[in-house]
Structure formats: structure tokens, C-alpha cells
Design a protein around this ligand. Structure first.
Ligand code: NAD
Ligand code: WQD
Length: 336
């Protein structure tokens, strides 16, 4: 059985579906600090069966003992964590406690219960401001905010664990920019308050909840002057986790892979693609650059293909269509 920490969240809920479709049994472990039970109910509807669920906090050894005793857990996919860059600058201790201390507690529990396989949600943010693109896994690592540093620290901690005990099987997945939603339109990204990320901001502007998108910077050294990113459909990302679990037993070293499409799209490309998918106008204005942003970030995804047999299948049109289906069917997210 696979323990999915943070399995009620955006990427976790989509991954639960892919795991079940691939024949894996799983138990979700979540404290709902950034998600709701409703997402799991909807996952149950999609897959047509009950999902095992344990409410708990990864910082609590007691909670972790509880789930390891209640289920026969063989491997862990570890999504649980906080992810808002700006909030991490304001609340660094909360981020280090939740992300870093939480992961240490999880590893302690895994050791205790002799479960030594983990797939970890890392991020392209660990490349900082890359010297060139596309980004390969062996590029220098750096971080510009506590969130990014928490991901870097966790990667290092997991590598140290492997050095101390080579029975561990560890996959570090560095996601680029996850967007989109399940094609049913019943689950998707449901940020609290005003979204920080581009796609939910565009979607909420298209649906009429927000008035106007501020495009952060029109003077970057990119084709149209706006920032370029590697947007990846969350269903492709979910599939990457299944592929990682499929090969994890064969690993002889810590495996680190980029999960991106290899294509870079600008902010204005995404606005246009979303307008096409939704048939709505997305009002925008060019605004000053956002502190900490970089011009360009996209993956070289060839190592993922070589190591996992994984590559992204869905393009920007599907990302926008699926995101729009979720947004227009659920303008208030899961709370309606
Ligand atoms: P999310 O907030 O939707 O999901 C995270 C889940 O973890 C939530 O359900 C939350 O309630 C749970 N959680 C948080 N702290 C917990 C704790 N202490 N104990 C138990 N559960 C806890 O975020 P997401 O977008 O699905 O991201 C999942 C993972 O992927 C995170 O680790 C994130 O840092 C990483 N990641 C996300 C992105 C992105 O842009 N979405 C990019 C790169 C990496
Ligand atoms: C994308 C582009 C913005 C909002 C962040 C984290 C990263 C990872 C993914 C977790 C940029 C522009 C955005 C807006 C805009 N998360 N933008 N107006 O910054 O690439 O990555 O999420 O690991 O760590 O930093 O994603 O969606 O915020 O921005 O113009 O209102 O859209 O400047 O060019 P980012 P994003």
C-alpha cells in the first residue's frame, strides 16, 4: 500500500486517481490545512470506490505511528507541505517546521516501520535563477526564499539518509509549473483567497471573480517581454509519480528528475491560450516585475524519459480547457 501524504491537495488528489487506475492501493494522510475533505469525496466518485483516509499531521509521530499501524505501507509519496513563496518569506519558521521538520518526522516513522521507499515533491525552484535553459538535473542549486530552501534542505536530508543506509529507495521529482485539472471538471486547484500563481489568477479573471490580471513585468529578455515558464498538466505530473513507483525497487542510487514538458510559454501566451479555451476575455495590464521572479524557466525533460519512461502528453490547449472546466463548474472551488 502507498501512503500519500498531502493526498487531499491539488497534485495529491490527481495522483490518487492515477495510482488507483494503475492498480495501486493507497491511503491518504492529510491534516487539511490547505485542502478539504470534498476533494477526496470527488476522487471517490471519479474512481468509483472508497479511498482509505487517515487524518493527521506529518509533524506528529503519534499520527504517523497511527497510520503505519493501521495500514501495511510499503512506500510513500510525500506531497504534504506548505507552498506559498510569499508566505514563506513572512513565516519562515512555519515553513521550516512544516516542510523540513515534518519530513524528518516522516522519515523517522518510515525507518521505525521499515518502510524505506519515498517519492518526494521537489520543485524547479531549487535551480534558483538558472544560468541557461533548458534546465538539466545537474545544474547548480540555490534558493531565494524559505520555501525554496525547505525543498533544497529536504533533498539534502534524503540524500544523507541514503548515504547512511543504502536500502532506501528515493526519488526526487522536481516539478515545473503544474496547471490544469482532471478532465471531469470536478477536482482542481482551489487556492485560498487571491491566487498567487498565474493560472488560477487567469481562470478567476475569465470567470469574472477577479477584474484584471497584473502581468508582472513586460521587459524581460524573452520574446514578448513577459516571463516564460514550463507549464505542465497536473494529470501528466500525476502519471510521473506512478512511473516513479513502477521503477523504485530497481534504484541503486537516489534518482532526481525534472517533470516538465520542455516547452516554455510566456504569460501572454497563456492568456491567449486561456481565452481560446474559454471563449472569454482575460483583461490584463502590464505591471512592475514581482520581486524574486526570473525571466525564463523550462525543463530538459529527457532524463525523465530515460529513467522513468515518462514524458508529458498534454499540451497547453488541454491545460487551459481542463482548468476552465474546473473553474467554470466550480467558481467557488470546493466550498460551494
Ligand atoms: P496543496 O497545498 O494543494 O497540497 C498539499 C497538501 O498537504 C494539502 O492537502 C495540505 O492540507 C497537506 N499538508 C500540508 N501540511 C501538512 C502537514 N503538516 N501534515 C499533513 N498534511 C499536510 O499543494 P500542491 O500544489 O498539491 O503541492 C503538493 C506538493 O508539491 C507540495 O510539497 C509542494 O511544495 C510541491 N510542489 C508544488 C508545486 C505547485 O506549483 N503546485 C510546484 C512544485 C512543487
Ligand atoms: C508564473 C509566471 C509570473 C501571477 C511558483 C513558485 C515555484 C513553484 C511554482 C512550488 C511568472 C507571472 C504570475 C500573476 C503574473 N511552486 N505572473 N501575474 O513564480 O513560476 O513559480 O509556482 O514549488 O516554486 O515560485 O509561478 O504561477 O506564480 O508565475 O504575471 O498574477 O506568471 O511573473 O512569470 P512561478 P507563478
Amino acid at each position: 500500500m502507498v501512503l500519500v501524504t498531502g493526498g487531499a491537495g491539488y497534485i495529491g488528489s490527481h495522483t490518487c486517481i492515477s495510482l488507483i487506475e494503475a492498480g495501486y492501493d493507497l491511503v491518504v494522510f492529510d491534516n487539511f490545512c490547505n485542502s478539504s475533505r470534498e476533494s477526496l469525496k470527488r476522487v471517490e466518485k471519479i474512481v468509483g470506490r472508497k479511498i482509505n483516509f487517515f487524518e493527521g499531521d506529518i509533524r506528529s509521530s503519534e499520527d504517523l505511528d497511527g497510520v503505519f499501524k493501521a495500514f501495511e505501507i510499503d512506500s510513500v509519496i510525500h506531497f504534504a507541505g506548505l507552498k506559498a513563496v510569499g508566505e514563506s518569506v513572512a513565516e519562515p519558521v512555519m515553513y521550516y517546521d512544516n516542510n523540513v521538520s515534518g519530513t524528518v518526522k516522516l522519515c523517522e516513522a518510515m525507518n521505525k516501520h521499515k518502510c524505506k521507499k519515498i517519492v518526494f515533491s521537489s520543485s524547479a525552484t531549487v535551480y534558483g535563477d538558472p544560468h541557461t535553459t533548458p534546465i538539466k538535473e545537474d545544474f547548480p542549486l540555490s534558493a531565494t526564499n524559505p520555501y525554496g530552501r525547505s525543498k533544497l534542505f529536504i533533498e539534502e536530508i534524503l540524500r544523507d539518509i541514503f548515504v547512511s543506509d543504502s536500502e532506501w529507495k528515493i526519488v526526487l521529482l522536481r516539478y515545473f509549473n503544474p496547471v490544469g485539472a482532471h478532465k471531469s471538471g470536478t477536482i482542481g486547484e482551489d487556492p485560498n483567497g487571491i491566487p498567487n500563481n498565474l493560472m488560477p489568477y487567469i481562470a478567476q479573471t475569465a470567470v469574472g471573480k477577479l477584474e484584471c490580471l497584473s502581468v508582472f513585468g513586460g521587459d524581460y529578455d524573452t520574446e514578448d517581454g513577459t516571463g516564460v515558464r514550463d507549464y505542465i498538466h497536473v494529470v501528466d505530473l500525476a502519471d510521473g509519480h506512478v512511473k516513479a513507483l513502477n521503477i523504485i525497487n530497481k534504484l541503486e542510487n537516489v534518482l532526481t528528475v525534472n517533470l516538465g514538458t520542455g516547452n516554455g510559454y510566456s504569460v501572454l501566451d497563456m492568456v491567449k491560450a486561456f481565452e481560446k479555451a474559454s471563449g472569454k476575455t482575460v483583461n490584463y495590464k502590464i505591471a512592475p516585475r514581482r520581486a524574486g521572479d526570473i525571466a525564463k524557466c523550462y525543463a530538459d525533460p529527457s532524463y525523465a524519459l530515460e529513467q522513468l519512461g515518462w514524458s508529458a502528453k498534454l499540451g497547453v490547449d488541454e491545460m487551459c480547457e481542463d482548468s476552465w472546466r474546473w473553474q467554470s463548474n466550480n467558481p467557488e472551488g470546493y466550498t460551494a
